[in-house]
Ligand binder design. Structure first.
Ligand code: PMP
Length: 281
């Protein structure tokens, strides 16, 4: 069952008008929230990023955090599976096609839940290949906008060359992945770029930095150059659905030893412990 504009219905019966501005202009924002043991993970953070995205496109939040919590609870309850991921999507609504904001319309609100499979053990143990590409996206990548065409094209570049993620470089510096945040390790120090308009402020990015802090893993939040990525001992990818994953080859060349490294192993273990702990509590 999905939620669409006040109703719960089977996805096959959910339709939106063709003049929805999400369809016409990609005029909307979204969130992806993992749910473990039927509890949404870091929901406060996801709701505050949603607010940031809505502010970024100048769309009034249609609900209070309390209302969102209730709605999401209801969606979780009417779907199967202990572990799910919620996809929450808000567009500016339906109006005659005109770039300028329409007046007097209501936003379209869509929420669905899908089963959240654990990341494949093979990928966690052996790592995944990635490529690099120029980050040709716009200047507000901090907004979780539904207009994802550049990300789609950039991710497909990876798939076309037999890799799984594309690491993006802007003016010779790391921004993020096509659908993930990126960390590198050099000389036992975890490095990642600071949040800016050029990357999505990942919830998993925050969790990993908190874990590094809590477990005395040295880290620095600073600009990371292309040269540093190419000479990294380890590269890690983070996202809500992939959690923490090791990247073991870049543009066909091995990263460090070509195998998942010690900092990845430590962080991945900490991540699983943290997840289990907050889900219990
Ligand atoms: N950057 C981009 C471009 C993303 O699409 C995502 C989410 N898939 C992330 C970073 C990671 O964000 P989060 O940890 O909140 O899933």
């Amino acid at each position: 069952m999905i939620y669409l504009n006040g109703k719960f219905l089977p996805i096959e019966q959910a339709y939106i008008p063709v003049l929805d501005r999400g369809f016409i202009f990609g005029d909307g924002v979204y969130e992806v929230i993992p749910v473990y043991s039927r509890k949404p993970f870091r929901l406060t953070d996801h709701l505050s990023r949603l607010q940031h995205s809505l502010d970024g496109i100048r769309l009034k939040n249609p609900h209070s955090d309390e209302q969102w919590r209730e709605l999401l609870e209801q969606v979780i309850a009417c779907n199967e599976g202990e572990d799910q991921y919620l996809y929450l999507h808000i567009t500016r609504g339906v109006a005659k096609r005109d770039h300028a904001f329409p007046v007097g319309i209501s936003p379209t609100i869509f929420i669905m839940s899908n089963p959240l499979p654990a990341p494949p053990p093979e990928m966690l143990q052996k790592g995944i290949p990635a490529i690099t590409a120029r980050d040709n996206r716009w200047g507000r990548c901090d907004i979780k906008a539904i207009s994802l065409l550049p990300n789609v094209l950039l991710r497909q570049l990876a798939i076309d060359s037999g890799a799984m993620e594309t690491i993006l470089l802007r003016d010779g510096y790391l921004t993020e992945g096509a659908a993930s945040n990126i960390f590198i390790v050099k000389n036992h120090v975890l490095l990642t770029p600071p949040k800016s308009h050029l990357m999505l402020p990942g919830i998993t990015y925050d969790v990993v930095l908190e874990l590094a802090q809590g477990h005395a893993i040295p880290y620095e939040i600073r600009a990371v150059s292309e040269q540093e990525i190419r000479l990294a001992d380890e590269i890690l990818l983070t996202s809500s659905t992939k959690e923490v994953m090791p990247i073991v080859s870049l543009d066909g060349k091995p990263v460090g030893t070509g195998e998942p490294g010690p900092i990845y192993k430590q962080l991945s273990q900490c991540y699983q412990q943290y997840k289990a702990c907050i889900m219990r509590g």
